[in-house]
Design a binder for this molecule. Structure first.
Ligand SMILES: *[C@@H]1O[C@H](CO)[C@@H](O)[C@H](O)[C@H]1NC(C)=O
Ligand SMILES: *[C@@H]1O[C@H](CO)[C@@H](O)[C@H](O)[C@H]1NC(C)=O
Ligand SMILES: *[C@@H]1O[C@H](CO)[C@@H](O)[C@H](O)[C@H]1NC(C)=O
Ligand SMILES: *[C@@H]1O[C@H](CO)[C@@H](O)[C@H](O)[C@H]1NC(C)=O
Ligand SMILES: *[C@@H]1O[C@H](CO)[C@@H](O)[C@H](O)[C@H]1NC(C)=O
Length: 444
């Protein structure tokens, strides 16, 4: 109910009194009623209102989602500044004088919690100015699907549906209508079916996270279209087929996690083009190769390289691994590697975790590993290593139980060094001795 405009100064006085009594009046205009503005600042009177259609859509969404309160009664002017409706953000723009909903956030207090019967509200796509929507631990009891109403001019930049165990069914192809999407997080739901190829038409995407679902099928070649991608996480699904060589087109990628799927084939050589990659996780797939994937040894930005649990690498570990000097975590366990541990690993001065367990590595432990001053987790268990353990007492004490050399029957401690010799082949004794935390012979 905006007052008729324009107004004379005389008319303004009763109007201001009237406006003061309105619960929805904006502080913006009210606190400076003497401001010499003629005609009266139109914005300050109209801004209290929303577009009626948009406001009604918002109330319908709130009523269907949350019974924390009676939203219509408790917050009749949802966008009013200072009216503290949690999880809601509004903004004016310069096209009209209304407030518009730009952010909706459900699920975790202080944001509105979701009621048991809440289902995914496709009406959010009818909020014409919405920029971000979050649903965290929201759809947990009533099964619901992700339904997208296609609009020609979606402004949605971030859609995040995380940890909703009752969110089932496929990712709909209509997702391609969300042209402004930069961040799409659909992690830890029960989404099924294939990754729709339409997702790869979302050229603005910066982060795509579909991890921890039940997605099947292959990773489409079109993934290479997402040239702006910084983060791609498809881990913990049931994806099969090989990693598309078009992965090399994602030149800005910093994080790539495809672990815990059923991916086969080789790691494509094109991966070497991902010069900014800091995390590469391909663990627990069925990747194979006659030699260690050479492309990986060129990724000099890598801080985390996790490719354990791919039991088909029937090869030795390349000395070039020592070029990845930024590495903090290197996991190569359970993969069938043979040959010796490259001495170059001692160049990885920032390494905190090195896992080479359950391979067929032979030879001695490189003495240089004892120079890795940040390492706190070293697992070389279940290999065929031999010779004298090159670590001094300080190193052994520092790692304690995080050092695992068990399951290497030909490995021995230097009896003349200061290390208290552990009793051979006695798991229980080893576990009981607090002075010697690491486990050397526990698995033999
Ligand atoms: C109303 O707001 C718009 C955008 O916020 C601004 O450009 C315009 O100058 C304002 N009008 C008045 C009368 O203050
Ligand atoms: C090792 O880590 C430190 C601290 O995070 C960092 O400043 C340094 O650049 C790293 N070294 C290499 C070789 O990346
Ligand atoms: C360990 O580091 C010290 C000091 O930098 C160096 O003298 C020694 O040769 C290194 N040991 C190995 C086995 O690389
Ligand atoms: C080392 O790896 C083995 C698997 O070979 C695992 O059982 C053990 O818990 C690991 N040890 C440590 C200290 O992480
Ligand atoms: C065993 O330790 C002693 C004393 O620390 C050292 O002199 C000797 O070279 C070591 N032997 C081996 C094989 O490392």
């Amino acid at each position: 109910m905006p007052p008729p405009l324009p107004l004379t100064t005389i008319q303004m006085i009763p109007l201001l009194i009237f406006l003061f009594s309105l619960p929805c009046f904006l502080s913006n205009g009210v606190h400076h009623p003497t401001k010499k503005q003629n005609p009266i600042n139109k914005n300050s009177t109209v801004e209290t209102n929303m577009d009626p259609l948009e406001q009604e859509t918002l109330f319908k969404i709130m009523e269907s989602m949350s019974s924390d309160r009676n939203w219509r009664v408790s917050n009749p002017y949802p966008c009013k500044p200072g009216s503290s409706w949690p999880g809601l953000e509004c903004k004016t723009n310069n096209r009209d004088t209304h407030f518009h909903v730009i952010r909706l956030d459900f699920g975790s207090p202080p944001n509105p919690t979701c009621k048991k019967t809440a289902t995914f509200p496709p009406q959010i796509f009818n909020l014409p100015y919405l920029e971000s929507a979050f649903f965290f631990h929201c759809f947990t009891l009533t099964k619901t699907t992700l339904k997208i109403i296609s609009t020609s001019s979606s402004t949605l930049q971030q859609l995040s549906l995380r940890s909703n165990q009752a969110l089932v069914g496929p990712i709909p192809p209509q997702i391609s209508s969300l042209k402004s999407l930069e961040i799409l997080t659909l992690s830890q739901n029960q989404l099924q079916g294939k990754i729709p190829v339409e997702i790869f038409s979302l050229q603005s995407l910066i982060h795509l996270d579909l991890s921890y679902n039940s997605l099947v099928g292959t990773i489409p070649n079109q993934m290479g279209n997402l040239k702006n991608l910084l983060g791609l996480d498809l881990s913990y699904n049931s994806l099969c087929g090989s990693i598309p060589p078009t992965i090399g087109n994602l030149g800005l990628l910093q994080k790539l996690d495809l672990s815990s799927n059923a991916l086969t084939g080789i790691v494509p050589e094109t991966i070497e083009k991902l010069k900014l990659l800091a995390l590469l996780a391909l663990s627990n797939n069925r990747l194979k190769g006659k030699s260690f994937p050479q492309g990986i040894t060129k990724l000099v930005s890598l801080q985390y390289l996790l490719i354990d649990g791919n039991s088909m690498f029937m090869s030795s570990l390349p000395n070039e691994l020592g070029n990845l000097v930024k590495l903090q975590e290197l996991r190569l366990g359970n993969s069938g590697y043979s040959g010796t541990i490259p001495t170059s690993l001692s160049h990885l001065t920032n390494l905190t975790t090195l896992s080479l367990e359950n391979n067929r590595l032979t030879g001695e432990i490189p003495a240089g590993l004892s120079n890795l001053s940040h390492i706190y987790h070293l697992n070389l268990s279940r290999n065929m290593l031999s010779g004298v353990v090159p670590f001094n007492v300080g190193f052994l004490k520092r790692l304690g139980r995080n050092l695992d050399l068990s399951g290497n029957p030909k490995l021995c401690l230097n009896a003349s060094s200061q290390i208290q010799q552990p009793p051979f082949n006695k798991k229980s004794d080893a576990a009981a001795s607090p002075s010697r935390g690491f486990s050397l012979f526990s698995a033999t």
